[in-house]
Design a protein around this ligand. Sequence first.
Ligand SMILES: NC(=O)c1ccc[n+]([C@@H]2O[C@H](COP(=O)([O-])OP(=O)(O)OC[C@H]3O[C@@H](n4cnc5c(N)ncnc54)[C@H](O)[C@@H]3O)[C@@H](O)[C@H]2O)c1
Length: 441
Amino acid sequence: MSDPSPVAEPTAKLLAQKIRAKTARVGVVGLGYVGLPLAVEFAKAGFHVTGIDISPEKTRRVNAGDSYVGDIPSATLAPLVSGGRLTATSDFSAVRDLDTINICVPTPLRKTKDPDMSFIVSSCQEIAHHFHAGMLVILESTTYPGTTDELVLPMLAQNGLEAGRDFFLCFSPERVDPGNPKYQTSNIPKVVGGVTPACTEMGRLFYSQALQHVVPVSSTQVAEMVKLLENTFRMINIGLVNEIALMCDRIGINVWEVIDAAATKPFGFMPFYPGPGLGGHCIPIDPFYLSWKTKQAGIEARFIELAGYINGQMPHFVADKVQNALNDMGKPVRGSRIHIMGVAYKRDIDDMRESPALDILLLLQRRGAILGYSDPHVPRLVLDGIDLHSAPETAAADADCVVIITDHTAFDYAALVKRAPLIVDSRNALRSFQAKHIVRL
Ligand SMILES: NC(=O)c1ccc[n+]([C@@H]2O[C@H](COP(=O)([O-])OP(=O)(O)OC[C@H]3O[C@@H](n4cnc5c(N)ncnc54)[C@H](O)[C@@H]3O)[C@@H](O)[C@H]2O)c1
């Protein structure tokens, strides 16, 4: 890690010294899937970290050393808390004692698919009440290009304080991939762009204390756009492969075999896989931040709209597959017992946000199915008139049809193939099994 170039201004010099000496008091606003791992990483690096979250339940659990984020074991969190390195509060007056703040609050979409900036605005308003000269503030929430400069900067640049001279403001996209055993907060390269070059430099210096690789870029807008490019790239490629899956299904070709063979090409091809639909807090949502912004500039984001439409068809396609498979067995979907394997939005995590399993459950319920599910990460599921508890995997034996929506590694697939009378596999989890009662996407 190279040492940052010297910063001339006295305020900058002082903050840079504190950061290098790890005496800077670090704050993280929003202790969710993104904020808690970040707070832990800086505490592990030797900083005193204060987490601020409006949820009293989350601050209570953090202060008890009891983690609610899958990638952070309580055994990692607890010693940081008991050693005084990490503490949590809902009281924003803690900002007065902080030198740095990372903002990791939600950025959902409104029903109209417009960005919901309310969490960023309310947290920044709270920060602004206690804001002081000499601070570094970094927005990490995924958002449209221009947010940091147009929305956050005016809230902080009050009372004559100037960014780059009296305080430092950056955007840094969060790239965490929950459940990924190889890449976690510390070893995912961190892109950071500031309002001024001095801001970028301060952001780079800060992250380089705790993270392995920092990538400075020339502006906050570039940093904001990086995240949207990454997630739009994924969303559109998933849309493409989902459309290929629909085509293959229609003409009777195994799409999984096609992708595996195409992936043997050592250049110019990157495999994406079809599935029951998009899920999670990023891929189904972030591209619409970009299309909202570009619409204002008179550009229709046509790839995004098209991929959004195709991906949105996948839960219907899976529900139709289930209905057709039951029909082939002489059973109507109405009154059939359908058991879902996995309801989280992806493998080995507990996050249900935007999970396609929710759409599929509702579609099958509307068609009159009797529903059950197994998911070792989601003990209970409450949704529009559905209230279910996760059943043991053996419950699959009593179902008319089992549907694999999330391919958790904890599932015993060999036992499932033996016990279930009919299986619709939307993830190719049963790739190594050949049997007449397996129906693939
Ligand atoms: N989860 C991911 O995998 C992931 C990956 C990359 C980027 N992101 C982005 O990171 C951001 C945070 O996502 P997340 O998954 O951590 O969300 P989350 O819902 O898990 O956590 C957000 C936290 O912010 C708290 N909060 C809400 N309003 C607040 C306020 N005004 N003041 C203080 N705390 C407040 C909530 O109580 C919650 O604990 C989002 O913009 C998301 O798009 C998420």
